[in-house]
Ligand binder design. Structure first.
Ligand code: ADP
Ligand code: MG
Length: 239
């Protein structure tokens, strides 16, 4: 694990625990992962429609906007994610729509605002890199295809951390959907080395940090050249 990721994790975890929460926000989680060398789309928090529009102007279009609430973890389930926002007016409108629909779905949740981030390019394959802690084996790394593949087909593979470079190669090749990563008809082969690098970085991080209970990079977009994590969540251990 990098020293800067470790320092940022300790500082962020201490602050979250002091606030009585164990789930780090998308922004906190991505900041730590970025220090660990993983490429991410970094969210900026806006607390009004005008702030959202100016954040979007700074970032450059298209942007993605997401509800920001410590009590909402599945943002799209509450109508809390909007993609393809192409100008300042759309960003203002999206702010109001996201807040309204999150409030309607979760009336008791405190909403901090809406985050704005750049939209990752199209043409990527969505994959998931995750970690859970097993009572017996400690941190276990999960890899699978994102979206419908993981929800319906449960096409995922597991390895006990820490993973060697060879293990990272093996976990990627173990899923049934592996041919979707190597290129077929319309799609290009993804950058497997970059993907294995993300898996290795997650493994190194969780193996050397006792305070992480769970971690999800869901999804990571894998391209012919590199990867980008567009959603991430780190959950702290209860003790
Ligand atoms: P949830 O909390 O529901 O998991 P996500 O942040 O994962 O919300 O967003 C839902 C979906 O929107 C993702 O699975 C991905 O397909 C898409 N998405 C989210 N952020 C981005 C982004 N920055 N660029 C491109 N697509 C994105
Ligand atoms: Mg997600």
């Amino acid at each position: 694990m990098t020293a800067s990721a470790s320092a940022l994790f300790d500082e962020t975890a201490a602050r979250a625990r002091a606030e009585g929460r164990l789930i780090l926000t998308e922004e906190e989680s991505k900041s730590i992962l970025q220090e660990q060398g993983i490429q991410v789309t970094m969210p900026t928090l806006a607390s009004s429609a005008d702030e959202a529009a100016s954040a979007a102007e700074n970032i450059g279009y298209p942007v993605v906007m997401k509800v920001s609430s410590r009590e909402i973890t599945h943002k799209s389930d509450v109508g809390g994610v909007k993609l393809g926002i192409a100008d300042a007016d759309a960003a203002r409108a999206a702010y109001d729509e996201i807040v309204a629909s999150a409030k309607a779905a979760e009336p008791s949740a405190a909403i901090d605002g809406v985050t704005v981030q750049s939209q990752a390019p199209g043409g990527g394959v969505e994959v998931i890199v995750g970690m859970t802690r097993d009572h017996q084996f400690g941190p276990v790394i999960m890899f699978g295809l994102g979206g419908i593949a993981v929800e319906v087909l449960q096409d995922v593979a597991f390895r006990i951390a820490p993973l060697t470079k060879r293990d990272a190669g093996a976990i990627v090749r173990e899923i049934k959907g592996y041919p979707l990563l190597t290129g077929h008809r319309a799609t290009q082969a993804v950058d497997l080395e970059a993907l294995e690098g993300v898996i290795g970085a997650v493994s190194a991080f969780v193996s050397e940090t006792s305070g992480v209970a769970e971690m999800d990079l869901n999804p990571v977009l894998a391209y012919a050249d590199g990867t980008i994590a567009v959603d991430a969540r780190i959950v702290l251990t209860a003790d």
